[in-house]
Design a binder for this molecule. Structure first.
Ligand code: PMP
Length: 388
C-alpha cells in the first residue's frame, strides 16, 4: 500500500538533490548550519582582523573572578539576554567555556566537590541528551556517577539533576522532576532561544548553561557560557576550566562578541519593531521547516511527531509553538525507528541512546537546506509496507 498519495507538499520542485540517490543522509548530529545563509548575507559586518601581536597573554580581565573572560564578550552576553529576555543576569556570574560541553563538566565538578562518601548520582529525565551519561561515565570519577532516568530515581541523599529545557531530543519544555531538598540542579538552556521555542519568561536558576552553537549557529567557535548565582560554585567552575584548558581561546571569544553585538545592534537600531532581527529571521525559518515537516508526517503511515502547545512568546509578542532543532520521530508500528530510517537511506539516532524505547529516533532539522529537503523527500517516499 502506498501511504503517501499525491506529491510531496511544499518541498516539491525545490531541486535539491544534486547528490547520488544512493547517498546516505546523515542527520545524527545537530550541526546548526541552517543559519549559514543569514551570516553570509551579513557581508563584512562580522569580519575581524587579528594581527600577529594581538591576544598573546593568558589573561583577559584580572578584575573578574573569571579572569579569562574577555570583557567585550561578557558585555555582549549580558546585552543579548537583555534583548531576548530569556535569562536573569543581574548579580549573576558569567563563566566562559569551550562550548557548553566543557561547562557541563565544570558544573558537575563544582556541584559534586568536595567528594562525599560515595560518588553523587547525576540524573536527567528520559529521553535525555545522550551525551550526559557518556560524559559523566567517561572518567569513572570518584566524585560523580550516572544515575539514569530522573523519573525513576529513588536513591536517598544528595544528587544532581540536569534539566534540559527545551529538551534535546524531544523538544519539550521541562522542570526538575526529582524535587528533593538535597538536589543540586544544572539547567541546560542551550535551546532557550526564540527560533526554537516561545520565550515565556527570564530563566532564573542556580546554574544555567548557554551556547553560541545553538544561539547563532557558530558551533565551530566552541563558545559557551554559564550564568551562576553562587560565587563559590562559579569559582569552582572557573578552577575546572583553568585546570582543563587554562582559559578559553581569545580569538573565539572576540568573534563570539562580534557576532552577538551584531544581533544586539540590529535590535537597538530597529527600536521595538525587531523586524529582520536574527531571532525573528530564525523563528520564521524554523517555523517554515516545521510546517513542511508536519505536512509530510501528517500523511505518514510510519512515523508520528510530538505536538507542542502554543504559548505567548514575550520576545515576538506572538502565540507560537516550539520548533525544535530535532524531530523526535516515533514509529507508529513500534518498529525500530533508527533501522527504519536507515533502510530508507537516512541516519538518525535511536531512542536507546536517550534512555527510551527504540521505536523513537531523533533526526536533525537544523542542517543545510539541501539536507532538510532531502529528509522531507525521503520521509515522503516511505510507503508504509513496513507497518503492515
Ligand atoms: N547541551 C545540549 C542539550 C546540546 O544539544 C548540545 C549540543 N548538541 C550541547 C549541550 C553542547 O553544545 P556546545 O558544546 O557546542 O556548546
Amino acid at each position: 500500500a502506498n501511504g503517501t498519495k499525491g506529491s510531496l507538499p511544499s518541498a516539491k520542485n525545490t531541486n535539491t538533490t544534486n547528490r547520488s540517490p544512493d547517498a546516505i543522509l546523515n542527520l545524527v548530529q545537530g550541526d546548526p548550519t541552517v543559519f549559514e545563509p543569514y551570516w553570509r548575507n551579513q557581508g563584512d559586518k562580522c569580519t575581524l582582523l587579528i594581527s600577529g601581536s594581538d591576544f598573546m597573554s593568558y589573561y583577559s580581565d584580572c578584575e573578574n573572578i573569571c579572569w579569562f573572560l574577555q570583557p567585550q564578550l561578557a558585555d555582549a552576553i549580558r546585552n543579548i539576554h537583555r534583548d531576548v529576555g530569556n535569562a536573569v543576569l543581574d548579580g549573576r556570574h558569567i563563566v566562559i567555556g569551550a562550548g557548553s560541553t566543557q561547562l557541563f563538566q565544570a558544573a558537575v565538578y563544582a556541584l559534586s566537590s568536595p567528594a562525599g562518601p560515595e560518588p553523587i548520582s547525576v540524573v536527567s529525565a528520559a529521553p535525555y541528551y545522550s551525551r550526559y551519561p557518556e560524559e559523566i561515565e567517561f572518567l569513572s570519577s570518584g566524585l560523580y556517577k550516572w544515575g539514569g532516568d530522573a523519573n525513576t530515581f529513588d536513591k536517598d541523599g544528595p544528587y544532581i539533576e540536569v534539566v534540559n529545557s527545551p529538551n534535546n531530543p524531544d523538544g519539550t519544555s521541562r522542570d526538575a522532576v526529582v524535587n528533593r531538598s538535597e538536589g543540586r540542579l544544572i539547567h541546560d538552556c542551550a535551546y532557550y532561544w526564540p527560533h526554537y521555542t516561545p520565550i515565556t519568561g527570564a530563566a532564573d536558576h542556580n546554574v544555567m548553561l548557554f551556547t553560541l552553537s545553538k544561539c547563532t549557529g557558530h558551533a565551530g567557535s566552541r563558545i559557551g557560557w554559564a550564568i551562576v548565582k553562587d560565587i563559590e560554585v562559579a569559582k569552582k567552575m572557573i578552577k575546572f576550566v583553568e585546570f582543563n584548558s587554562l582559559g578559553v581561546c581569545k580569538e573565539s571569544q572576540l568573534r563570539a562578541a562580534k557576532i552577538l553585538e551584531t544581533i544586539s545592534n540590529e535590535y537597538s537600531n530597529l527600536g521595538c519593531t525587531k523586524t529582520a532581527n536574527f531571532f525573528e529571521y530564525g523563528q520564521r525559518l524554523m517555523a517554515e521547516r516545521w510546517r513542511k515537516l508536519r505536512e509530510v508526517i501528517k500523511r505518514s503511515k510510519v512515523f508520528s511527531l510530538p505536538e507542542y502547545p502554543k504559548e505567548c512568546c514575550n520576545f515576538s509578542g506572538e502565540f507560537m509553538e516550539s520548533h525544535p532543532a530535532f524531530a523526535w520521530l516515533q514509529s507508529k508500528g513500534n518498529m525500530d525507528a533508527e533501522k527504519l530510517l536507515r533502510s530508507h537511506k537516512m541516519m538518525g539516532k535511536g531512542g536507546k541512546y536517550f534512555g527510551v524505547d527504540s521505536k523513537y529516533a531523533r533526526v536533525s532539522v537544523v542542517g543545510r537546506e539541501e539536507d532538510f529537503n532531502l529528509l522531507l523527500e525521503r520521509l515522503w517516499a516511505i510507503k508504509g509496507e513496513e507497518t503492515e
